[in-house]
Design a protein around this ligand. Sequence first.
Ligand code: AHR
Length: 525
Amino acid sequence: MKAILAGAALVLLAGMPEASLARDDDAAATAVTIEAGKPGAKIDRHIFGQFAEHLGTGIYGGIWVGRDSPIPNVRGIRSDVVAALKAIKVPDVRWPGGCFADEYHWKNGVGPKRRSTVNANWGGAIEPDTFGTDEFMDFAHQVGTEAYVSVNVGSGTLEEASDWLAYMTADQRSSAGADRAANGHAEPYNVEFLGLGNESWGCGGNMRPQYYTDLMKRFARFTRNYNPAQQKEAMQRIAVGPTDDDASYTEAVMEAWSKRDWSWSIEGLSFHSYTVPKWPPSLASSGFGEGDYATILATTLKMEERIAQHSAIMNKYDPDKKVALVVDEWGVWYAENPGTPTGFLQQHNSMRDAIVAALNFNIFARHADRVRMANIAQMVNVLQAMILTDGPKMVLTPTYYVHQLYLPFQDATLIPVQFDAGAYEHGDIVLPRVDAVAARATDGRLYLSLVNLDPAHSATVRVNLPEGGIKTATGQVLTAPNVNSVNTFDAPRTVVPAPIAGKVAGGTVTIVLPGKSVAMIALGR
Ligand code: AHR
C-alpha cells in the first residue's frame, strides 16, 4: 500500500501541518465509481439555508449593531457579517425563530416606536424589537438571500399573522401597504417561504397532531401573499412536521394534505433534528477527545435513517413528491460555553463540526428528490454557527468553510456514485470511513465531495468514470491539526481550506484525503 501511495498520489496542502499527511501504510484504497450518465434529482440550493433567531447574540451584536455603532454597518446591519454571508451565497434565512417566533408579535417591531419585550425562551433577555420586519428584509436584501418568515401560531392570532402578510406584501394603496411605505419601503417585499408555526408539538404550544393540523389549515388559507410578483412564483408554505424519529406530525399533516381541497395547501413539511446524543446537551464543544468525536459523528449519521423514515410516510400520501421535507433546524447542540449567559446557546465550532456539516449536506443531497430545503441552526453566535462575533471582531468557523466548499452543489444535479465506505472504529462505535457524493454543477462541471471521518489516517480514494477520460482533478480540502481545532479571534486561520489535487493516470484519479477532512474536487475531462 505504501508503494501505491507514494507512486500514485499527489496532494497539495498549503499550510497544512505534516501530521495531517500522516502515514497511510495500512489503508486500503476506496474505489469510487461515478455514474455520470445517470443524472438524478436537482440538489436544491435551499438545502444550504440558514436560521437566525432572536436568541443570545444571534441578532443583536451578531447582525444588528445599530446605525450609530462604530462597527462598520449599513443601516445598522454589520457589513463584515453581510460580506461573509454573501460570499457563501446563502439561499434563504429563516427568521425570527424558533421558539421565539411563537411568542413574537410583529407590530412591536415596526415603525418609529418600538415596544421592548422579554425573551422568555432565551435567558429572559430584553428584546428591544429594534430589529423587526423592515430590518430583516433589509438584511436579506443586503445579503442577497430569500426570506423565510415564521408566523406566530402558538400565542398569536390568525388575524395577526394575516395582517403581517398584508404589511409585508400588499400594495401601498391598501392601508397595510401604506404603513409599510411610511416605514420606508413602498414596494411589497418578497416572502419566498412562510413557516406556519414552529415546533407546535413542543415550545410552539404542545398541540396534538390533529389539533395542529386543523389550526394549520386555517393559517395556510388566510396568510395570503398579495405581492403581484409572487403570484406565479408563489410563496411556499411550510407546516410544522416531525422531530427526530417521532412521526406523529408526519402522519397527521400528510394525511390531511392528501385529502385537501382547493381551499388550502402546503408546499413543505418542517423536520427538526439536532445532533445531540442525549438531552439536555452536555458534551463540550472544545477540548474534547476522540470518544466524543466518534459519538457525535454516530449521532449525526442518524439523520439518514430519520429522513428515510419520514420520506417513506410522505411517499404514502404524496408519491409525486410535491411536498418538500424541509430540515429547517439541524446542527450540533453542545453544553453552553462556561461563563456565557444561560440560554444564549454559545458554543465553539471545531473541525468535528465541519465533518458533521459535510455529512449532513451529503445526506440531504442523496435525498434531493424529497429534501429540498434545510436550515442550519444557527447563523451567527448560536449553536453550530457559521460566524462568531465579539464586539467589532468576527471569525469564520470551520462550518462556514464547509458551506464555501459546497458552493458548486447549489442547484447541481445529483450523480450516483458507487463505493465501499470502509470502516473507522473507535471503541464500540463503527462508522463509515469515507463518504462521497457527486454532482454536475450548473456550469456543467462534475464535482465530487469526499469526507474522511478517520481522524488519524489519510484515506486513498481512486475515482473513475465508467466511460473514463478524467484529465484533471483539483479542488479544496478542509482539515486541521486536531478534530477539536477551532478558529479563534486571535488565530482565525487554523481551520481553512487549502488546495488539493489528485494524480491522474489512464483516466483514473487517485486522491489522498488527509485524516479528518472534507474535500470538494472538480473533475475535468
Ligand atoms: O435553535 C434553538 C431552538 O431549538 C429553537 O428555537 C427551537 O425551534 C428548537 O427547539
